[in-house]
Each structure stands twice: as C-alpha cells, then as structure tokens.
Design a protein. Structure first.
Length: 144
C-alpha cells in the first residue's frame, strides 16, 4: 500500500481505501459450523484448535440438536462422499442392526443416521460450500 493510502473501517462489513480516490470493498464472512459430540476426543481437539486460533464458529451437539436428513444430505454433497463413508462401523448400534451385512441406499443410511446419531462420523466441519470430516483433527487445516 502506498504511504499516502489508508484504510478507514466501515460498519464491520465494509472498508474504505483512501488514496486520492475512494473504493468500497465488501468483506463477507463465511460461517464455520462444527457438528460434534462434546465428549468425543477428536471433537474437543477441533473445538480447541478453532477457539485457540480465534476463529468464530458455531458448535452443534447433534445429540441434543439432531441433524435433519436434508442437512446430512447437503453435508455429504459438500464432502463429496457417499453416506456409507460417514458411518461409524465400530459402534454397537452398527453391529446390533447388522448393517455390515446389508446393502443399503444412501437414503436408507441417512434415515438410520437421523434415528441413531451414534452412526455419524464426527466431527464434521462446514464452511460455505465445503465440508470435511475432521478426523484426524489435523484435517481442519484443509478447510481454514
């Protein structure tokens, strides 16, 4: 920036560059949402990393605030993975329902995930048009 130029802060969504001429720049922030289970070690690591980095984010405990089927479908689309890739195959409910022995559609898997949130891999981090499964927690770098 030229020494005669300076920024003047706007209303939090805009800034003005003063340098003989005036330009208005729109700054948009993208919300980061973490879908998590607060008792999960990896979820706690992701939460702490975002907090320590000073990143504004929303944390959703999907056990107390379930993820609707439409939102799960949207997250899968943003991650570019099939529903089966988001299944927690080591969970007791997975074994009880004998899901490994069944050939289920994405729609059927999503219905099961809504009914049994333990089946959902976590944490899921969503930012704008992208989402990732932040497992391990170091994957968080991919979306920031």
């Amino acid at each position: 920036m030229h020494e005669r130029c300076r920024y003047i802060r706007g209303n939090g969504f805009s800034a003005h560059l003063i340098c003989g001429i005036r330009a208005r720049v729109r700054i948009t922030s993208v919300t980061i949402t973490v879908y998590q289970k607060p008792t999960c070690t990896t979820c706690r690591q992701v939460y702490a990393a975002l907090r320590d980095a000073g990143v504004d984010f929303e944390a959703v405990d999907y056990y107390t605030d379930p993820i609707p089927k439409t939102k799960l479908r949207e997250l899968l689309r943003k991650m570019g993975i099939p529903a089966s890739a988001l299944l927690r195959t080591k969970e007791e409910i997975y074994k009880e329902l004998r899901l490994g022995e069944k050939d289920l559609t994405d729609d059927q898997i999503l219905d099961l995930m809504v009914k049994h949130p333990d089946l959902i891999q976590r944490p899921i981090v969503e930012k704008g048009s992208r989402a990732i499964l932040a497992r391990p927690a170091e994957r968080l770098k991919e979306i920031l």
